[in-house]
Design a binder for this molecule. Structure first.
Ligand code: F6R
Length: 240
């Protein structure tokens, strides 16, 4: 595990966006694993800006998003809509090369990823309970793409995207499993807000704990954790 610490979210996003653009430049047919939520927003902005400035094309890139809601009542809050709004509309990735898991194609998603050659570079955020994708505490470390019932805390955390109306927040989602994520060749995880300090502290303690899903990545051979100084300071306090 490599820990990278940045002054603030902006510097973090710029640096990680650069890593992605470099990876695409090196391998124009790279397979990317992508996340939604607040954590990667500045990384996506940086990918959009740098790839435009440097003329790096995403036309040969394939992407597989981590998760998607089931029965999302607000069309503009689906994760596909999120990716369109925050990344896809700014780069030349082909729509047919962008993939999202769905309840109808459950077993097919892992197969599709495998057939594409496997995820080369996976971007992750982290939930305040340590979830990755929508793999909530207790999810087996070898799980593949599956349907999940969202926990109350995750729904409350996401209500801000649903007019702060909990009744509009979907109750189920489809997510890559922890086993799916672990197969990625390189993983970059962002923790840029203080509410992520606790699961990051658990991760840095280095003990696998089914109740903190991110700890399943402890022994991944190419796992990078991107922290802001503020988060790092809070983590160090918890570890002291
Ligand atoms: C989203 C996802 C989730 C988020 C996590 C953190 O695709 O996989 O695991 O990364 O819930 O969300 P934010 O970044 O909004 O704090």
């Amino acid at each position: 595990m490599i820990i990278k610490i940045f002054k603030d979210s902006e510097e973090l996003g710029t640096a990680l966006g650069h890593e992605f653009v470099e990876a695409v430049k090196e391998n124009p047919h790279i397979i990317l694993g992508l996340a939604t939520g607040s954590s990667p927003l500045l990384t996506y902005a940086s990918i959009a800006k740098e790839s435009q400035e440097r003329g790096v094309s995403f036309a040969g890139v394939k992407s597989f998003n981590l998760d998607e809601y089931l029965s999302c009542p607000l069309e503009d809050q689906t994760y596909r809509a999120f990716m369109e709004a925050n990344l896809f509309s700014y780069i030349d990735i082909k729509k047919e090369n962008t993939h999202f898991p769905s309840a109808t194609g459950l077993s097919g998603y892992d197969e599709e990823i495998k057939e594409a050659g496997g995820v080369d570079f996976q971007l992750l955020g982290i939930g305040r309970n340590g979830h990755i994708g929508f793999n909530e505490p207790g999810t087996p470390a070898d799980s593949l793409t599956h349907v999940v019932t969202l926990t109350e805390s995750t729904r409350v955390a996401n209500a801000r995207f649903f007019r702060d109306d909990l009744s509009l927040v979907p109750t189920q989602a489809v997510t890559m499993g922890i086993g799916t994520i672990k197969k990625s060749k390189r993983i970059a995880l962002i923790a840029n807000t203080l509410d992520k300090a606790e699961p990051i502290a658990k991760l840095l303690r280095g003990e696998k704990d089914l109740e903190c899903p991110v700890t399943a990545l402890i022994d991944h051979p190419a796992f990078e954790v991107y922290l802001t100084e503020e988060v790092d300071a809070a983590v160090q306090k918890l570890l002291a």
